[in-house]
Design a protein around this ligand. Structure first.
Ligand code: UD1
Ligand code: MG
Length: 448
C-alpha cells in the first residue's frame, strides 16, 4: 500500500448510555466474547494505529470512567454532561485533542463487532468520510443521500421525507475527517431538528457547503450492529462466536460440532487441534496444534501443548500449563500447576498451585491441599512419581522423583526420591469374624 499515513486518533462515544440493558452494569461494560464492548472498540482503535484514543463518557457512569482510566489513563477521558447529541459528544473530546493534527475517527462503545479492517477505509480523505451499510430494515437509522456527486447529506429518520425513508443505504455512525475540518464543522452544527440534538451527521451537509469532499464507504451490516438491549447483546455474541469458529476452522482446527464450542476474544488454537462438542474457552486459553480437548471441558487462562488430551469434563483454570502428551481426564480441576511431559491425572482430582514432573501419575481422587484458610502453598511432585488414589497432599510438600504414595494417604511431610510413603491407618485383620457375625445376625432375624 502506498497510502500516506497521517497521524490517527479515535473518539469513542460512550456517553448516552440508555437504560434498556436493565442491569446495574453500564451498557458498554457488558461483554462480548468475554471482553467489555468498550474494550473491543478501543482494540479496534489501537489496531488502526490511533496514537490518541479519547473516550467520551457521561458524568453518571463512574465505572466507565474508571475502566477507561485503568486502561488508557486520565488523558483519554472526556466528559459529556449532559448528553445533547452525537455532535455535542464529539465536541467534548476537542480539548483532549487540542494539540492533535491528524485524522479523527468517531466510533462507538456499544458497537463491539466493528474491526479495524472495517474502519480503515474511512481514513485517507481530505474531507468527511462516513461508514455506511446496506440495511435489511432501515428503521430509525440515518439515511445516506448519495448522488452522482457522492454523499450529499445524512438525513435522520425523524426528519426524512417518505422518499428518503425508502433509502436502504444507512449511516453506521462511524465517521472520519481531519481534526481541524471536523471540529470547525461541528462548531456550525445546531440543534434545530426534530430531536433538539446536536447531530454529528449534520457535518456532511456542512462539509459540502464549505467545499470539502464527502464520501461514504461501506461495511457489512453485521459489523456495525449496535447493542442497546440484552437481546441485541446475545445477537452480537452469536455473531462474534460465528466469526471465531470460522476463523478457527480456517486455521485448521477440527470441530465436529462448532456451534457448541464457545470462544473468548483471545482464544488461540493451533491448526490440527481437535475440539470435541460442548467445550467452553474462557479468556486466556492457548491450545497448541495436535492437542485434543474432549467434550464438556472448561478452559481458562491455560496452555495445552501438542499431543496433550483434556477431558471429557475437565476444568483448567488460570496457570494450568500442560506440556506435550499430558493427560487430564474426567472431573479433574487444575489451577496454577505446570504438568511436565507425559504427566497424567486421569480421574477425579484437584491439582492447585504446584508442579507435576514428567511422566508422573496422579491417582484418582488425589487432592493438592493448597489452602490453609489463610495462605496458598505449593505441592511439587517429582518426575516419574506415583501418587496412589485418594491421597491428600498437604502443601507445602514435595514428593521426590520416582517416589510412591500409598493409596488413601494424607501426606504432610516431604517424601524423598525413590521412597514409599504411607500415611493411613494400618489394616487390621480378624480371620473368620465376618462369617461368624453374619451367621449370628441371620439367626437373630429368623427368630423374629
Ligand atoms: C445515530 C446516527 C444515525 C445512525 C445511528 C447508527 C446521529 C445524529 N445519528 O443515531 O444516523 O444511523 O446512530 O446507530 O448521529 N451518544 C453520546 N452522547 C450523546 C448522544 C449519543 O455519547 O449525547 C452516543 C450513544 O451512547 C450511542 C451513540 O452515541 O452509542 C449513538 O447515539 P444514539 O442516540 O443511539 O443515536 P441514533 O439516534 O441511534
Ligand atoms: Mg442508536
Amino acid at each position: 500500500m502506498t497510502t500516506p499515513t497521517r497521524a490517527r486518533a479515535a473518539v469513542i462515544l460512550a456517553a448516552g448510555q440508555g437504560t434498556r440493558m436493565k442491569s446495574p452494569l453500564p451498557k458498554v461494560l457488558h461483554r462480548v466474547g468475554g471482553r467489555a464492548m468498550l474494550d473491543h472498540a478501543i482494540d479496534a482503535a489501537e489496531a488502526l494505529g490511533c496514537e490518541r484514543v479519547v473516550v467520551v463518557v457521561g458524568d453518571h457512569s463512574p465505572e466507565v470512567r474508571a475502566h477507561v482510566v485503568k486502561r488508557l489513563g486520565e488523558a483519554a477521558v472526556a466528559v459529556q454532561d449532559p448528553p445533547l447529541g452525537t455532535g455535542h459528544a464529539v465536541l467534548a473530546a476537542r480539548e483532549a485533542l487540542a494539540d492533535f493534527d491528524g485524522e479523527v475517527v468517531v466510533t462507538y462503545g456499544d458497537v463491539p463487532l466493528l474491526k479495524a479492517s472495517d474502519i480503515a477505509p474511512a481514513f485517507g480523505a481530505d474531507g468527511v468520510t462516513v461508514i455506511g451499510f446496506e440495511a435489511r430494515d432501515a428503521g430509525a437509522y440515518g439515511r445516506l443521500i448519495l448522488t452522482d456527486a457522492g454523499l450529499e447529506a445524512i438525513v435522520e429518520a425523524k426528519e426524512a421525507s417518505a422518499d428518503q425513508l425508502r433509502i436502504t443505504a444507512c449511516n453506521s455512525g462511524v465517521l472520519a475527517a481531519p481534526a481541524g475540518v471536523l471540529f470547525d464543522l461541528l462548531d456550525r452544527v445546531t440543534n434545530a431538528n426534530a430531536k433538539g440534538e446536536y447531530y454529528l451527521t449534520d457535518v456532511v451537509a456542512l462539509a459540502r457547503e464549505a467545499g470539502h469532499p464527502t464520501r461514504a464507504v461501506f461495511a457489512p451490516e453485521d459489523a456495525v450492529m449496535g447493542v442497546n438491549a440484552q437481546g441485541e447483546l446475545a445477537q452480537a455474541e452469536a455473531l462474534f462466536q460465528k466469526v471465531q469458529r470460522e476463523t478457527a476452522m480456517e486455521n485448521g482446527v477440527t470441530m465436529a460440532a462448532p456451534d457448541t464450542v464457545h470462544f473468548s476474544w483471545d482464544t488461540r488454537i493451533g491448526g490440527g487441534a481437535v475440539i470435541e462438542p460442548y467445550v467452553v474457552f474462557g479468556p486466556g486459553a492457548v491450545i497448541e496444534g495436535g492437542a485434543r480437548i474432549r467434550s464438556f471441558s472448561h478452559i481458562e487462562g491455560a496452555r495445552v501443548a501438542a499431543g496433550a488430551e483434556v477431558g471429557p469434563y475437565a476444568r483448567l483454570r488460570p496457570g494450568a500449563d500442560l506440556a506435550e502428551g499430558v493427560k487430564v481426564g474426567n472431573f479433574v480441576e487444575v489451577k496454577n500447576v505446570t504438568m511436565a511431559k507425559g504427566a497424567k491425572a486421569n480421574h477425579l482430582a484437584y491439582l492447585g498451585d504446584g508442579a507435576v514432573g514428567a511422566g508422573a501419575n496422579i491417582g484418582a481422587g488425589t487432592i493438592f491441599c493448597n489452602y490453609d484458610g489463610f495462605f496458598k502453598h505449593r505441592t511439587e511432585v517429582g518426575e516419574g512419581a506415583f501418587v496412589g488414589s485418594n491421597s491428600a497432599l498437604v502443601a507445602p510438600v514435595r514428593i521426590g522423583e520416582g517416589a510412591m504414595i500409598g493409596s488413601g494417604s494424607v501426606i504432610t511431610r516431604d517424601v524423598g526420591a525413590g521412597d514409599l510413603a504411607l500415611g493411613r491407618g494400618e489394616q487390621t485383620m480378624k480371620p473368620g469374624w465376618a462369617g461368624r457375625f453374619m451367621a449370628a445376625m441371620r439367626a437373630k432375624k429368623a427368630a423374629r
